[in-house]
Design a binder for this molecule. Structure first.
Ligand code: ADP
Ligand code: MG
Length: 382
């Protein structure tokens, strides 16, 4: 008898879902990105939510009991109810070629299907034309629609994830044990989304179980990134910040005619341009922070981790202020051909083409900026 057999479908789904949704941060990230996508326009930089998007993120028991994300976006059409939580069903991408012209956060069609497999999951949704009625959708673990019922609803969608990892006992136990730390990580992730999302009113609250609801932070619509930072981190933080507005120009090693040079899509002479927009602490001692905890990075407004970029900026900063670390909010604007977001399921890891040239140019531009703004003499040369 053959010993090599396919894994039963339900188990495959559970195994894969546990890789897409690894912790509390991935749950929140997927839901928030879906809500931002639901109000998104495809005009301008990516991803660019339309103005007046409202996003309410509510936790119960720091997220252990429930996580609810409510938006006032476009809602879901009844034709999509059956397929919305099936694996690889998405309204955002239909072929691999579309990836480079993507104007949304999501594209893999995996989040909702994974959440069905790992939690008690339901959706309430209404399009503008459906109001004041909406529909509540319940799903099976496979992502198949189980039932739907009519309820009163405002325009938009609320996605609720209850008892995450209830069927992965080891992961659930770990989460319970580390819930304070996990919740703090979630808050810091939400702070990045709230700060970059100008035009979006964010509100984040937690009902810890005992006592009253606590509002963690909120931002206003029609605000600049500076206003958002002020609302999230306090007006004092903003006062110590310099504006980052760097234009990195890098000569392509391979010349103008190659695919790699063309892929950056900019200059005829083969040079490449990347803009770095944002805010950074002044390099003066007293303006930085004791720990490097408030550092946010984005590529075309997509929050992500850029360890090498972070290292380069911190190194330059340290050469002016040895005792502290900077607050960093850095949004790298570049051609969509110049990076790959499809490296990990959570899309937080981004592969930057020609990173070495980028880092060199970034460091020298930062030195120029700091020299212009700082009266103190650099303590080490770079
Ligand atoms: P992806 O975001 O990669 O498309 P998801 O599993 O996260 O995959 O979502 C599946 C689909 O469900 C999305 O493509 C979108 O059409 C729809 N959807 C999810 N969340 C929302 C929301 N908050 N509002 C409207 N539509 C949504
Ligand atoms: Mg999604």
């Amino acid at each position: 008898m053959a010993t090599i057999k396919p894994i039963e479908g339900r188990s495959v789904h559970q195994i894969q879902s546990g890789q897409v949704i690894v912790d509390l941060c991935s749950v929140v990230k997927e839901l928030v990105e879906n809500s931002l996508d639901a109000g998104a326009t495809s005009i301008g930089r990516i991803p660019s939510p339309a103005p007046d998007v409202e996003l309410d993120v509510r936790f119960k028991g720091n997220g252990l009991d429930a996580i609810e994300v409510q938006d006032n976006g476009n809602g879901i059409a009844p034709e999509d109810f059956e397929t919305i939580a099936l694996k690889h069903y998405t309204s955002k991408l239909s072929s691999y070629d579309d990836l480079t012209s993507l104007h949304t956060f999501g594209f893999r069609g995996e989040a909702l299907s994974s959440l069905c497999a790992l939690s008690n999951f339901h959706i309430t949704t209404a399009r503008a034309s459906d109001v004041p009625r909406g529909t509540k959708l319940d799903f099976e673990q496979s992502g198949k629609l189980k039932s739907k019922s009519v309820i009163a609803s405002q325009k938009g969608t609320t996605v609720a994830v209850e008892k995450i990892f209830q069927n992965l006992p080891v992961r659930r136990k770990e989460l319970e044990k580390n819930i304070k730390r996990e919740y703090a990580k979630v808050l810091s992730l939400l702070q990045s989304y709230a700060c970059i999302s100008t035009g979006v009113r964010f509100s984040v609250s937690n009902h810890p179980g005992k006592g009253n609801k606590v509002v963690a932070f909120s931002t206003k619509s029609n605000s600049s990134t500076r206003d958002n930072i002020s609302n999230v981190y306090g007006a004092k933080t903003v006062l110590a910040l310099l504006t980052l507005d760097l234009e990195l120009e890098m000569q392509s090693a391979s010349g103008p005619s190659t695919q790699s040079a063309r892929s950056w899509g900019t200059q005829d002479d083969g040079s490449k341009k990347i803009q770095v927009r944002g805010h950074i602490s002044r390099p003066v001692v007293g303006e930085g922070r004791q720990t490097p905890d408030r550092q946010m990075f984005f590529v075309n407004s997509r929050p992500c981790t850029l360890p090498q970029v972070a290292k380069a900026i911190n190194e330059v900063y340290k050469s002016y202020n040895v005792t502290q670390s900077p607050f960093i909010f850095a949004n790298l604007l570049m051609d969509t051909n110049a990076y790959d977001v499809n490296v990990s399921p959570d899309k937080r890891t981004i592969l930057l083409h020609d990173q070495t040239a980028l880092l060199e140019s970034l460091k020298s531009s930062l030195v120029e900026l700091f020299d212009r703004h700082d009266q103190s003499v650099p303590q080490a040369s770079l």
